[in-house]
Ligand binder design. Structure first.
Ligand code: AOF
Ligand code: ZN
Length: 369
């Protein structure tokens, strides 16, 4: 195997390690690192759950003395700043590694190129940009928040064979089977927040948590776009708000003193008392809402329903990835048409692949960058 094939293979492993804590590292990206000496992996690291320690010191600690003269593969440029932990560039220098291979340079203004110069100044050979496209995909949430001041938006839709996402006026119907549903829960576990519109919250009364055994503590924040605060106090979302946070995005509190306004304020207080956080931001303006979520440290949002909410984000051009699940059943008369189907995809999306989950299929699309 040639040196560059080896490099690619080890970077692939670093990317795989980085993906392990996706959605679990708060505002920090989930970075992967491997330390390789004489063709053998001697240390592995993933940014810890919560964001610290970073990946490199963990991989170096595992490598111990074997790090001397070794090559470190990192998915993101090692940090150069004294944040809550000392700079990873210093840790690499102190370990005696001879070479550092990086996939993606860090847009964080505290780093952006300084990590690389620190390593080079210390006489370490540095290469950047290996498997950059894959690296960027693994860090997409972090990179989007850093460079666009908004979270990375994933739109998930489950459509019937005749292109419907549900039935008008009717609660939850199973469009996909248990395997596809488990896959969606895994995706929730890797995302910072799930978002639905009030229509879906009322019609389906969803829980929007992760129930996969072993991943139960990985439920993301749940967000409801609810202009008039119609979310029922006895809904599953509200009754579990103290276990898994719920944020309701509502219109400005009223300024007049009529009965309608008093009712709005009373609903707000009741939600507040139930542990739901009410955030004021126009729910029909994703251009305001998304930066507000980014400033709370939310780097990725999974939009799970319904048609109106999906269209809102699609029309505003904020959807980065579409996951289109298709079940075998038909809904027919009275169905709610999906805003997106395989044959009617908004322009600018590239088909990334198809997977099969039992009787269902998943097509993934990504915005062209
Ligand atoms: C690395 N390795 O594993 C990660 C890095 O808040 P702090 O002090 O932890 O710093 C967060 C910043 O550190 C973040 O914005 C990004 O620039 C970098 N993340 N860097 O060397 C890692 N997760
Ligand atoms: Zn670091």
């Amino acid at each position: 195997m040639s040196a560059s094939e080896d490099d690619a293979r080890f970077m692939q492993e670093a990317i795989r390690l980085g993906l392990l804590h996706l959605g679990q590292t708060s505002t920090n990206p989930s970075v992967g690192c491997v330390v390789v000496r004489d063709g053998q992996i001697v240390g592995r690291g993933t940014t810890a759950v919560g964001g610290r320690p970073h990946a490199e010191p963990q991989a170096l600690a595992e490598a111990g003395d074997w790090a001397f003269g070794a090559t470190a593969y990192v998915t993101l440029e090692p940090c150069s700043h004294h944040g809550k932990t000392p700079p990873c560039a210093n840790a690499l220098i102190a370990s005696g590694v001879a070479r550092v291979v990086i996939s993606v340079t860090d847009p964080d203004p505290r780093v952006s190129g300084r990590g690389i110069s620190m390593l080079r100044d210390a006489g370490i050979e540095v290469e950047a940009g290996l498997l950059e496209e894959e690296g960027k995909r693994s860090l997409a949430a972090y990179l989007t928040r850093q460079t666009k001041n908004r979270p990375y938006v994933i739109l998930k839709l489950a459509v019937s064979a005749d292109g419907m996402i549900g039935r008008k006026g009717g609660g939850q119907i199973a469009i996909t089977g248990p395997l596809a549903r488990a896959e969606v829960q895994k995706l929730r576990a890797e995302t910072d927040a799930i978002l639905v519109g009030i229509g879906t919250a009322i019609a389906d009364d969803p829980l929007l948590t992760v129930r996969i055994p072993g991943l139960e503590d990985r439920s993301p924040i749940r967000i409801v776009l609810d202009e008039d605060l119609q979310l029922p106090l006895d809904s599953k979302l509200v009754s579990t708000a103290r276990q898994v946070p719920v944020i309701v995005i509502a219109r400005e509190p009223p300024r007049f003193d009529n009965s309608e306004d008093k009712a709005f304020l009373a609903r707000r207080q009741a939600l507040d008392e139930a542990g739901v956080e009410v955030v004021q931001s126009d729910p029909s303006r994703p251009e305001e809402l998304l930066p507000a979520l980014a400033s709370r440290g939310i780097s990725s949002v999974l939009v799970e329903g319904g048609a109106r909410t999906a269209k809102l984000f699609l029309d505003a051009g904020y959807v980065d990835r579409i996951l289109l699940y298709q079940g075998p059943g038909m809904i027919g008369q009275g169905g709610i048409e999906s805003p997106v189907t395989k044959t009617d995809m908004p322009s600018g999306f590239l088909h990334r692949g198809t997977s099969i989950f039992g009787d269902d299929r998943l097509d993934e699309y990504e915005r062209e960058v």
